[in-house]
Write a protein that binds this ligand. Structure first.
Ligand SMILES: NC(=O)c1ccc[n+]([C@@H]2O[C@H](COP(=O)([O-])OP(=O)(O)OC[C@H]3O[C@@H](n4cnc5c(N)ncnc54)[C@H](OP(=O)(O)O)[C@@H]3O)[C@@H](O)[C@H]2O)c1
Length: 286
């Protein structure tokens, strides 16, 4: 299988590259090699490498900044996705890309299923929904994996930020009224491999199993790392200084993933514990 990756230096792209490393032919790119907002560059890359599968990880992911950076968020998420989708369709390549729970408004009383109605609250959520619609409109062979609350070794994430602040003795006010489920980037990369192995197409949700609030996630992290819980206090989202509105409840149903692959995601606690073990050396724990 010849595999071409966009956004390969990002949180997910790095893990995708690692998990598929032993594929017969793999090319990992980031904005320096392939700017996905440039349609000609998209054609050139896909025509040149002739992949069977393009895994499109490049995206505008700064949720709060997007509120005041609408044009760039749209260009990267919507036009970028459309450009890659068109190049894939022209070449007959399968396109794999990623969506978010932020396309939902958070009013559901049960985990969101793939076919549930979208109603994004934020600019980021709107651009990701428009990207999904562009992908379906182009109409090529595709797999869209929606995920949420990602963390992993590459780059910044909530867990790393909490640890850094706690180590500096900063007090932490964390939202206790947003519920979702953390997702280890390595688990998501494995899930993509499992879905490709099962020849999945269309939209599939993936995260860890279980649910938590950001506050309870932070508490779990501090507890596992032996840091004082007294630094932490629960806050309501509306009292926090974040410009982007977020769904109060965004848990994704993994039923379809389980049916397709026969595999159950692991509980989020297990995934977070493994991540903390992995980053223990950089935390000065070993
Ligand atoms: N992170 C999450 O919690 C989360 C949750 C749900 C869904 N998702 C989705 O999962 C996918 C991967 O997210 P991620 O967190 O891995 O993103 P990320 O860490 O922000 O990585 C995106 C990568 O794309 C690169 N990029 C920026 N502009 C580009 C361009 N014009 N052309 C090509 N590459 C460009 C970025 O480079 P620079 O860093 O230099 O800009 C970065 O390396 C996205 O579709 C995202 O919406 C993420």
């Amino acid at each position: 299988m010849r595999l071409l990756i966009t956004g390969g230096l990002g949180l997910l792209g790095k893990e995708i590259a690692r998990v598929f490393d032993r594929s017969t032919g793999i090319r990992t790119t980031d904005v320096e090699e392939w700017d996905v907002t440039d349609p000609a560059a998209c054609r050139r890359e896909v025509d040149g490498f002739r992949p069977d599968v393009v895994i499109h990880c490049a995206a505008y992911t700064a949720v709060d900044r997007a509120e005041s950076d609408v044009a760039l968020a749209n260009r990267l998420n919507v036009e970028g996705t459309r450009n890659v989708a068109r190049a894939c369709r022209e070449r007959g390549a399968l396109m794999v890309t990623f969506g978010t729970d932020y396309i939902f408004d958070g009013t559901s009383s049960r985990p969101y299923r793939e076919e549930d109605a979208a109603n994004p609250l934020s600019v980021y959520g709107k651009t990701k929904w428009a990207a999904e619609e562009a992908l379906r409109e182009v109409g090529g062979d595709h797999l869209l994996v929606r995920t949420q609350w990602m963390f992993g070794p590459a780059g910044k994430n909530f867990i790393r930020t909490i640890l850094e602040k706690a180590r500096r003795g900063e007090t932490l006010r964390v939202a206790s009224d947003q519920v979702g489920c953390p997702t280890f980037s390595g688990d998501l990369a494995d899930a993509v491999r499992n879905l490709l192995g099962a020849r999945a197409r269309g939209t599939v949700h993936f995260s860890s199993e279980g649910e938590t609030s950001w506050f309870d996630l932070a508490r779990y992290v501090l507890d596992r790392c032996g840091l004082p819980a007294a630094l932490l206090s629960p806050a309501r989202t509306r009292d926090l200084p974040y410009p982007a509105p977020r769904p109060a409840y965004g848990v994704l149903s993994k039923e379809k993933y389980r049916l397709i692959t026969g595999i159950s995601p692991r509980p989020w606690e297990e995934a977070v514990a493994e991540y903390l073990e992995r980053i223990a050396p950089e935390r000065g724990m070993r």
